[in-house]
Design a protein around this ligand. Structure first.
Ligand SMILES: [Zn+2]
Length: 230
C-alpha cells in the first residue's frame, strides 16, 4: 500500500464518496461509479451496442453509416440518475467516464468507426453559459481518450434555442430544429462521428448530419451514450 492510497482511504473515511448511479460508498480506487454499476449498467444490446435496431432512425440519410447507443435509458433507472448528475448536478466526471467506457467497449467489440473526428452536438450559447459546460463535450472527450480519435466542440454552433422536443412527432421535431446548426470554420473532414447524450427520434442528430453533409462530409456515424424509448 503506497502513501497515496493510504491518504485516499483516510479521506474516504472522513468524507465518503458515493457512486453517482446507486449511492453505495466507493472504495479503494473506484471513481465516480462503483464497479458493480460499471459492469451492470443496462447496455442497449449485444456487446453493449446495437447497430441494426437504431439504424432505421436515419433511413432518410443514407450517408449515416452506423448508429451506436451505449446504455438503455429508463425512467428512474440508473442511467437516468447518471445523466441527471451530468446535466443538472455539475458532475463533469460522469460525462468523461461514460464517454470513456463507451469508447472502450466500441474498441473491444471491433465496431469503432474509422472516422477522422468526433463532433459533439452543441448547446445554445445561453444554455451552455447557464450550465457552465456542454455535457456532450465531456462525452466526446472521454470517447476520444479511449479511442484516440480527436474531438472538437467548437466546429458546430447552435444558432437558436429550440423549444422542448418532448411530445412532438419526428416530423414536428425535424421542423423545430431546421437550420439550427451552423459550421463555424471551413472543414475538410470526410468522416465524422456525431456525439450526443440521448437518442430519441434522432431528429436533432439528423439535422446535424444534414448540415455536415452540406459542408462536404461523406460519411456520418452517430454515437450516443443513451437510448430512450419514446
Ligand atoms: Zn453503483
Amino acid at each position: 500500500m503506497n502513501l497515496k492510497s493510504i491518504l485516499r482511504d483516510f479521506t474516504d473515511l472522513l468524507f465518503p464518496r458515493c457512486c453517482e448511479s446507486c449511492d453505495v460508498v466507493l472504495v479503494g480506487n473506484e471513481e465516480t461509479i462503483c464497479t458493480a454499476c460499471r459492469i451492470s449498467l443496462p447496455r442497449v444490446g449485444n456487446k453493449g451496442l446495437n447497430e441494426e435496431l437504431l439504424q432505421y432512425k436515419f433511413v432518410n440519410v443514407p450517408q449515416v453509416v452506423s448508429t451506436h447507443s451505449f446504455l438503455l435509458f429508463t425512467k428512474k433507472g440508473k442511467v437516468q440518475r447518471l445523466l441527471h448528475a451530468l446535466k443538472y448536478k455539475g458532475n463533469k466526471d460522469v460525462g468523461i467516464l461514460l464517454g470513456y467506457m463507451f469508447g472502450q467497449e466500441m474498441l473491444t467489440s471491433g465496431c469503432l468507426p474509422d472516422a477522422e473526428i468526433i463532433l459533439s452536438i452543441p448547446l445554445h450559447k445561453k444554455k451552455q453559459k447557464a450550465r457552465g459546460y456542454n455535457q456532450s463535450d465531456l462525452l466526446a472527450e472521454g470517447f476520444s481518450k479511449a479511442t484516440g480519435i480527436p474531438w472538437s466542440g467548437s466546429i458546430l454552433e447552435r444558432t437558436r434555442h429550440t423549444a422542448t422536443q418532448t411530445g412532438k412527432t419526428k416530423i414536428e421535431r425535424r421542423e423545430n430544429v431546421k437550420g439550427v446548426f451552423v459550421i463555424k470554420e471551413k472543414i475538410s473532414y470526410q468522416s465524422v462521428i456525431i456525439m450526443d447524450d440521448v437518442l430519441t427520434t434522432g431528429a436533432t442528430l439528423e439535422e446535424c448530419a444534414e448540415t455536415l453533409l452540406a459542408a462536404g462530409c461523406r460519411e456520418i456515424y452517430i454515437a450516443t451514450i443513451a437510448l430512450a424509448q419514446h
